[in-house]
Design a protein around this ligand. Sequence first.
Ligand code: HEC
Ligand code: HEC
Length: 188
Amino acid sequence: MNLLQKSLVLSSFLTVFFTLQALAADSAVGEQKAEPCVSCHGPKGNSSNAQWPNLAAQQSTYLANQLKAFKAADRINIMMQSMTANLSNEDINNLAAYFSKQDPVKAGGDPALAKAGQAKASMCMGCHGATAEGNGQFPRLAGQHPEYLERQLKAFKEGSRKSGPMQAITANLSEDDFKALAAYFGSM
Ligand code: HEC
Ligand code: HEC
């Protein structure tokens, strides 16, 4: 093998190695780390109070992104700022793996509002998935507490929560639209 071939072999080996490392997030270790989360987010990320979002069955990439955003103060919430301050990247990946593997839950939503929401929801499915199950960086919305979803939509519109696509899409929606969409996704 010449030097170029050797370095190609080495670089593909390293790619595989680092990919495996990234995949090796340990949900059992995450479960132990998740103990302090239960008091707000509920057992296995199944929250009974709309103040605290369900984490169960949320996309692991999205969960890790949010925990990093809270830690870096790119997403502002005083409780989550303090909860993430001492988490390492490894802790974050393990927590995300753990919550993403829990069974999905269904918060429900007002049926009449949900029906109105369904009529507007097709514009959301391209990113959030046909059953709003999410994918990678796009969060699951299905079964989330409507009041929580509504609060986030308002925060994107006001710009207090940052996201290019969500700030753009909420710019042309009203508070009534938010209520209806939130009820629809919560009842999925
Ligand atoms: C004292 C209550 C409290 C505790 C304890 C807590 N959280 Fe939270 N968490 C919140 C609140 C409130 C929000 C919603 C913030 C908002 O409205 O933007 C939140 C939001 C989140 C989100 C964003 C969810 C989404 O759908 O965007 C994640 C992820 C999260 N918490 C993970 C955790 C983890 C992991 C732990 C444990 C290490 C934890 N939280 C502990 C109160 C708490
Ligand atoms: C172009 C892609 C795209 C479209 C279309 C889109 N979203 Fe999103 N949405 C995102 C991304 C990306 C995020 C995550 C932002 C972040 O990382 O903070 C998000 C986050 C959200 C959140 C926050 C969830 C949570 O757990 O905190 C809500 C609520 C939401 N979207 C609702 C909607 C609704 C309702 C629609 C349709 C009106 C919609 N989205 C359309 C890309 C999209």
